[in-house]
Design a protein around this ligand. Structure first.
Ligand SMILES: NC(=O)c1ccc[n+]([C@@H]2O[C@H](COP(=O)([O-])OP(=O)(O)OC[C@H]3O[C@@H](n4cnc5c(N)ncnc54)[C@H](OP(=O)(O)O)[C@@H]3O)[C@@H](O)[C@H]2O)c1
Length: 301
């Protein structure tokens, strides 16, 4: 594979998409942010904004002259958008794109049992299989990032946290370790990875900002805000089950409880620093500190 200079990002205005574009620009890539024709979305300054209608012809046109395509397409969307990635991959192959990064950025989907814990992971695993089957035509790399830390804190109640109310539910005693990665670090990992495409080629790439548990995060948040939180106790199994029941009853947002349950250890797929090791050093990722990240995060609120 040659060096990567041009990168197209699908889902350019999304949580992961916009931080990825910023990181790619910082690393000197020429970046195109792709948005659907129906979308009013803007893309971060410095990237070119291109509208696509997601038809094969429109994708082929958009992918021409791109060395890499990064998909950050939404997983929590009615009807499911993740499976659309098969046509993105086909178009990328037709346009001679060198490497495709699928929309992953969560728990360890290299373990096929992952789909038992979060329903949309079935689509992520299928897409990874499709890429493996086509890896003679296009390279790929799947970035596993555990819990996207600031994304989670932005959603009141997610994973038990409610910062505005100064309250938290601590699950199973709060000592279960998990990987947490800031949106900035997710973007950095992709950008640093594309700087070293031979290193990441056809691999699962495991990164984080820090390995933490809920008690450590609570202590750090309390110290950052200078106030004690009201703490309730919960069980990971109940958190996950109530999400699964909501999903069964037709509420797609029940998946949030299932995701949080998986982060807090259901299936043991979010503590991969212990099982798979981290790529942070190999990629040259910046060190991130929990207290510093929280200070910055809370200062912006
Ligand atoms: N582990 C974690 O804690 C965590 C947290 C967040 C995200 N993630 C993962 O990161 C990935 C990206 O998530 P995100 O939160 O960044 O996504 P997002 O912000 O919800 O959405 C990204 C983009 O997807 C496009 N999109 C939405 N619905 C679509 C549809 N039906 N068809 C086609 N495109 C559609 C939109 O693009 P336009 O409207 O601009 O075209 C949107 O800007 C997902 O795989 C998700 O599972 C993981």
């Amino acid at each position: 594979m040659g060096s990567i200079k041009t990168v197209a990002v699908l889902g350019a205005n999304g949580n992961v998409g916009s931080s990825t574009i910023k990181a790619l620009l910082e690393e000197g890539f020429q970046v195109t942010g792709l948005v659907r024709k129906s979308s009013t979305a803007t893309v971060p300054e410095g990237a070119k904004r291109v509208e696509v209608d997601l038809s094969d012809a429109s994708l082929l046109e958009a992918f021409k002259n791109q060395d890499a395509v990064v998909s950050t397409i939404s997983s929590i969307t009615p009807g499911g958008a993740l499976s659309l990635q098969k046509s993105f991959i086909d178009a990328a192959i037709a346009a001679n794109v060198q490497i495709f990064i699928p929309s992953e950025f969560g728990i360890d989907t290299a373990d096929p049992s992952a789909s038992r814990y979060v329903p949309f992971i079935e689509d992520k695993i299928e897409i990874a299989d499709y890429l493996r089957r086509n890896q003679s035509k296009i390279s790929w790399a799947a970035f596993i990032t555990g819990s996207v830390f600031d994304w989670g804190l932005n959603i009141p109640g997610f994973g038990g946290w409610n910062i505005a109310d100064r309250s938290v539910t601590v699950f199973d005693g709060g000592d279960i370790p998990y990987e947490a990665t800031t949106l900035r670090q997710v973007g950095k990992a992709i950008a640093k990875g594309l700087k070293a495409p031979e290193l990441i080629k056809n691999k699962y790439v495991y990164v984080n900002s820090f390995t933490v548990n809920q008690n450590q995060v609570l202590k750090a948040i309390e110290s950052a805000v200078g106030e004690k939180f009201t703490v309730s106790k919960g069980a990971v199994e109940d958190l996950w089950q109530s999400g699964a029941t909501q999903v069964k009853e037709g509420d797609p947002f029940g998946v949030l409880g299932m995701i949080a349950g998986a982060i807090y250890g259901k299936g043991n797929l979010a503590n991969y620093s212990a099982t798979k090791g981290l790529w942070n050093e190999k990629l040259g990722l910046p060190h991130e500190d929990l207290a510093e990240v929280l200070h910055k995060y809370l200062a912006q609120k």
